[in-house]
Write a protein that binds this ligand. Structure first.
Ligand SMILES: [Zn+2]
Length: 120
């Protein structure tokens, strides 16, 4: 159980969006260090703002994904979680989950989500 480092997709995107906000603030902070050079400071502040705007877009995207995700009860921890695609991990205990019976018991592989793998 401790070996499973896989995170659920929604959690992963959420972490990404959150880190984007931090990156945005760091970029703006770096910009303030260059306040003697007006245009450089402006470039950093614009980049930082863009990162924060982009993270808002990502948060919006998570909302869209969540509505499409399949809500299930995790068989491992009995908590409600959401699945994206054919294979995903539980949000709470990171238990790999699949909607496809033919993949049950197989080694967990995110590539099962791709179309190429689906055909073979
Ligand atoms: Zn679980």
């Amino acid at each position: 159980m401790a070996d499973i480092t896989y995170k659920s997709k929604i959690n992963r995107i959420r972490t990404f969006a959150l880190s984007l906000i931090f990156i945005g603030f760091i970029i703006m902070y770096v910009g303030l260090l260059f306040r003697n050079i007006g245009w450089l400071m402006l470039v950093f502040i614009i980049l930082g703002t863009l990162a924060i705007i982009f993270s808002c877009v990502v948060y919006f995207w998570i909302g869209m994904l969540s509505t499409r995700a399949v809500p299930i009860i995790c068989p491992s921890c009995d908590k409600p979680t959401k699945m994206l695609g054919r294979v995903d991990a539980c949000m709470h205990c990171k238990q790999p989950l699949t909607l496809d019976k033919s993949l049950e018991g197989k080694e967990f592989d995110e590539r099962y989500n791709s179309k190429k793998k689906r055909r073979s």
